[in-house]
Design a protein around this ligand. Structure first.
Ligand SMILES: Cc1cc2nc3c(=O)[nH]c(=O)nc-3n(C[C@H](O)[C@H](O)[C@H](O)COP(=O)(O)O)c2cc1C
Length: 199
């Protein structure tokens, strides 16, 4: 634990794009999809990409005594998470769909912070049997509440019969290839939002 910190630097629109992997299961596919999406969009140019894997970051359930909107954080893990978001020019949230919603890990990571999200260009990418559209809609609703600037071009990755015996995707590249047009369109919009924030 460190001394309480008040976050004053909110914005920081000169950094890299923070790519959040929302799933934290020991055997998951989110990391495979993230790798392939990043491989695709890196060819499109623009800011670099930093991965924030919530499985590795391993935030406890929100354990700050003060309201996050005050930015008076007491834990190192909160301060580090805040700095990652503040320093990013934009955020991508890659979310699976669990029981028609997005995972608790993602909600927890959002709820830790408040002002850090404001005006942040933000792209949601969902996945699931039907593309994860329920999780996509719910997550956008919440990210609207914390005032991110949302890309309005849906990316819903449909996973049907894609899994091997090890519960991993047999061919993640083909999943991304099947959604390439949607991803590129959304990525262009994200870059426009970043450029507009820089002006
Ligand atoms: C707890 C749980 C609930 C799920 N519920 C849904 C669902 O409501 N809709 C859907 O399309 N897929 C659902 N799935 C399937 C997941 O979308 C699929 O397993 C996906 O690979 C999960 O992402 P992950 O492997 O990165 O954790 C569910 C999976 C889990 C583990």
């Amino acid at each position: 634990m460190t001394d309480s910190l008040t976050v004053t630097r909110v914005g920081g629109m000169t950094g890299e794009i923070l790519f959040i992997i929302g799933s934290t299961r020991p055997v998951r596919v989110g990391d495979q999809l993230a790798d392939e999406i990043i491989r695709l969009v890196e060819g499109e140019g623009g800011p670099g990409i930093v991965v924030a894997d919530l499985k590795e970051i391993n935030l406890p359930l929100l354990d700050e005594p003060k309201m996050p909107a005050l930015g008076q954080y007491t834990h190192d893990h909160t301060i580090k998470w805040s700095e990652m978001v503040v320093g990013a020019s934009a955020v991508v949230v890659l979310t699976p769909e669990y029981n028609w919603g997005y995972p608790a890990s993602v909600k927890n990571a959002i709820d830790y912070l408040y002002k850090e999200w404001a005006d942040k260009p933000c792209l949601v990418i969902s996945y699931g049997g039907g593309g994860g559209k329920h999780s996509y809609d719910q997550l956008r609703h919440v990210l609207g509440r914390v005032k991110t600037r949302l890309v309005d071009a849906p990316v819903n990755l449909v996973l049907k019969g894609e899994y091997g015996d090890d519960d991993r995707l047999r061919d993640p590249a083909s999943v991304i290839a099947a959604h390439k047009a949607d991803i590129v369109t959304a990525w262009e919009q994200l870059r426009s939002l970043i450029d507009a924030a820089d002006d």
